[in-house]
Design a protein around this ligand. Structure first.
Ligand code: 3PG
Length: 308
């Protein structure tokens, strides 16, 4: 009997990307593909019951859903951050969890620059803005997205610094990036900071008042990572105290409306999370996810597994 792969996305992949994976699944023997798009939470619980494999984006996959999916063997987060999946419950229920690292990084990195430019070009309203050339950027996190950003930043003739306790200075050197030994050092040094780190116990609300107040005059913070990295009270305090501090993000903070009303030229938010919303990023990550699932069942390949 065929195994079913369910792609469940509240924010659907581009049609072209879906067509590609439909073809991959047709050509692989022994698999069926099922789609669940623009759904609400309960529908996932129903649809997952009969499937062996699940592909999601930022969709929440809580423990109760995993527990109810008796045939489920693997969940692949088509993307980088897997904070939306109950990893412990997956491990308890012997469900393998994977992500697809690097597949959507360029889309996220390009959006971060788009947001930076939007702010310093004063939202394209015609007033005089400023340029990226000659300015410094601090990459908080030097994984796949940080590396893409470093390459793009060089094209803008920016000076690039990075802080990442999990990446060696030699790797940074290879990208002509100067290493900072602490977040404080990075935030003090640069004109722009881009957050490129996952949210977890260590990083949650770590971008706080103390850190942000170290940033230079007219500093810009760009968050294309996760909402919960930011201590929003601290951010609001900095925005109120410093008339030149700017914040841009594609993840709406709790006080988005208030921030936009009070500081219209110092904030820039997209209508939804959209770093990975490009045809290219969609294509790369869903194709990788489906291939990983097929390889898992056919060859026992567990590359990119993130749980034990
Ligand atoms: C990721 O973690 O891969 C990015 O945040 C993209 O998330 P998305 O697939 O929900 O757009």
């Amino acid at each position: 009997m065929n195994r079913t792969i369910l792609i469940a996305t509240e924010k659907p992949f581009a049609g072209k990307a879906i067509k590609r994976v439909q073809k991959i699944v047709r050509n692989a023997n022994g698999f069926d593909l099922k789609l669940l798009e623009r759904y609400n939470g309960n529908e996932l619980k129903d649809s997952i019951k009969e499937v062996e494999a699940l592909v999601v984006r930022s969709d929440k996959v809580p423990g109760e859903v995993i527990k109810s999916a008796k045939k489920l063997r693997i969940v692949v987060r088509a993307g980088a951050g897997y904070d939306n999946i109950d990893i412990e419950s997956a491990s308890r229920n012997k469900v393998v969890v994977m992500n697809t690292p690097g597949q959507n990084s360029n889309g996220v990195a390009e959006l971060a620059f788009g947001l930076m430019l939007g702010l310093i070009r004063r939202k394209y309203l015609g007033g005089p803005g400023s340029e990226l050339k000659g300015k410094s950027i601090g990459l908080h996190g030097f994984g796949h997205i940080g590396k893409c950003m470093a390459q793009i930043a060089k094209g803008f003739n920016m000076k690039v610094y990075a802080y990442d306790p999990y990446v060696s200075g030699n790797v940074m050197k290879g990208f002509e990036v100067k290493e900072c030994k602490s977040a404080e050092e990075l935030y003090k040094k640069v004109n722009f900071v881009s957050l490129n780190i996952p949210v977890n116990e260590e990083t949650e609300r770590s971008i706080n008042y103390k850190l942000l107040s170290k940033m230079k005059k007219r500093a810009v913070l760009v968050n294309t990572a996760r909402k919960d990295l930011i201590d929003e009270k601290g951010l609001m305090r900095v925005m109120k105290e410093r008339e030149e501090f700017m914040y841009a993000s594609d993840i709406a903070p709790k006080w988005k409306v208030e921030l936009e009303e009070k500081f219209p030229m110092r904030t820039l938010f997209t209508s939804k999370k959209m770093g990975a919303q490009t045809v290219e990023a969609n294509m790369n990550s869903v194709v990788a996810a489906v291939n990983q699932i097929i390889n898992f069942f056919e060859k026992g390949d567990t590359t990119f597994q993130v749980n034990n």
